[in-house]
Design a protein around this ligand. Structure first.
Ligand SMILES: [Zn+2]
Ligand SMILES: [Zn+2]
Length: 355
């Protein structure tokens, strides 16, 4: 690509680079959307899908059932405990009253009160019996509660084990899904990269170069950036190996290109001055002169010096004299800056004549 010096051409070229960037941006956006939709090809995984549904439901129902039993059992136990305490208090009160009465009787020694001793003792025994019954009821409720709690704990443990097993299965499946999504992405982005490589190799100087560069930028982005979130553990290998291959190909191309350029340059420096001048495009020559290098060999030359007319490195003529007015002028200029005479033919005068 020759470096143009025409102002509008320069700006057109910048505009075309902008086209390349915008084109790449839209392609990247589109690619990102497509690649982002890829995981939807796979349905999302849930632990529930890996459980034995009927067994899990049975366990859950059992947990709920035993939970309710335990709650009811706790209420019943509270009631039984209260009743037992009341019975205990009754017995205690009766016992104290009886002991007081017995003490009084001993003091009075009234033998006609013996039947009352018997009846009071019997009443105390009945209270004791009632207390014992209340105690037994409390213990029974305690047993019911304990049974319910243990059944609930067992069911929970069983469910937990089932869920752990299901989670293990789900994780294994998730790894397989990840691998599949990675392969989809690879199948999508690798051909893009190959296509971009081919386009760059063959069409990068063509008329449609902004689209070629835009597409290449998109392909690089798609492969090295958008593939990343879905790389499984070994995905890094794929990325780096492809990166190495691409770098080697590009580097090899650059080295071959450099050697070819040096070869061409050496061959060109062997040619006679006039022929070399003809083979150089006007714009290329001007661009090189503007950079302060020899247009023929691209080595540095002091172009401002009045004494240097030829490149000291390759011998190409840099300045000559106008055929018309003998002014010293750039050998690459098409017209004499002093009298306007065209190179070779009196082109300027011809143009003047026509006008
Ligand atoms: Zn030179
Ligand atoms: Zn002149």
């Amino acid at each position: 690509m020759s470096k143009a010096l025409r102002l509008s051409e320069k700006w057109f070229r910048r505009g075309l680079w902008l086209v390349a960037v915008v084109f790449a941006g839209f392609l990247i956006g589109l690619g990102g959307t497509i690649v982002g939709d890829l995981p939807k090809v796979e349905k999302p995984l849930r632990v529930e899908d890996f459980l034995d549904r009927t067994a899990a439901d049975r366990l859950r129902a059992s947990i709920q059932e035993t939970g309710r039993t335990a709650r009811e059992g706790r209420d019943a136990l509270d009631q039984a405990r209260l009743k037992r305490r009341v019975a205990e208090a009754d017995t205690q009160a009766a016992r104290e009253s009886f002991q007081n009465w017995v003490a009084t009787r001993r003091a009075t020694q009234l033998s006609e009160q013996d039947p009352e001793v018997v009846s009071r003792t019997q009443a105390l025994d009945r209270l004791r019996q009632a207390e014992r019954t209340a105690q037994a009821e409390e213990q029974r409720q305690d047993q019911v509660l304990l049974d319910a709690r243990q059944r609930e704990a067992r069911a929970r443990l069983q469910l937990q084990e089932m869920e752990q097993e299901a989670t293990r299965k789900m994780n294994a499946e998730a790894r397989r899904v990840e691998l599949r999504v990675f392969l989809y992405r690879l199948a999508l982005t690798l051909p893009l990269l190959v296509a971009a490589g081919w386009l760059l190799r063959t069409k990068r100087h063509g008329t449609w170069w902004p689209f070629v560069w835009g597409f290449a930028a998109f392909a690089l982005f798609a492969f090295f950036v958008e593939l990343v979130p879905y790389l499984p553990s070994y995905g890094g290998y794929v990325r780096y190996i492809v990166g190495i291959v691409v770098t080697v190909l590009v580097g090899r191309q650059a080295i071959v290109g450099l050697n070819r350029y040096l070869e061409r340059q050496r061959a060109a420096e062997q040619l006679p001055d006039a022929q070399r001048r003809e083979e150089l495009s006007y714009d290329t020559a001007l661009a090189r002169l503007a950079k302060g290098v020899c247009p023929g060999c691209e080595r540095g030359v002091d172009l401002r010096s009045e004494k240097i007319d030829f490149c000291p490195h390759c011998g190409i003529g840099l300045y000559d004299r106008c055929g018309q007015c003998a002014s010293r002028k750039s050998a690459f200029a098409k017209f004499c800056h002093s009298c306007g005479t065209g190179k070779g033919v009196g082109l300027a005068r011809l143009v003047e004549g026509v006008a």
